[in-house]
Design a protein around this ligand. Sequence first.
Ligand code: DX5
Ligand code: ZN
Length: 220
Amino acid sequence: MQSLRREKHVILPSLLQCDFGNLQREIEQLEAAGVRGLHLDVMDGHFVPNLSYGMPIVAGVRKLTSLPIDVHLMLSEPSKYVRQFAEAGADNLTIHAEVSEDVGATLELIRSAGTGVGLAINPDTALSSIEQILPLCDLLLIMSVNAGFGGQAFNPVALDKLKAAQRGFPELLLEVDGGVNLTTIAKCQQAGASLFVVGSAIFGQSNYRTALEQLNAALS
Ligand code: DX5
Ligand code: ZN
């Protein structure tokens, strides 16, 4: 993920809606379309009302690509699994600020596991509530939907938070996730995001290269 720091903007496909029966082909197609990193959404059916996949899929993706793997942990107790996701090959681990365990301690655990350290906030969570622990992070993920499902509509509350985060924490990588598409991506960039997680706007298209080209064209 550190390699992505040097880039002005990076689109990270969220694999949630990819064809898991053809993971190798999906990743080959994304690489051929020029993607610079992948976003993997891990859901436990408890922190969010949806269940996705865990360490074996991260390890499987790791075997298929050398692209940076950005893992978004939507788990009630992420601290239990940090080491296993790091060993599975994650380059960055992002946890949610809304969990009830000690978030600062889990961020430190991620640091000691050797991956990038990310913190995510849902639309209802104020930036002010995490200011104290942001110095522990490399990356701030501002959710523009409530975490849990692909295909939701973009919530513009994320734009104000991105602007405030850029002003207050210019050293952080700012990532946005949820409803990012041809209509919303440029606004996210103008608000300060440099990492753009995109699910439906890529996997809902038959040609990933065209989808990526159009999204990149919308960015300056
Ligand atoms: C939602 C996930 C997202 C999701 C994005 O909880 O974190 O990464 O896959 O999908 P779209 O782009 O369809 O909103
Ligand atoms: Zn995500």
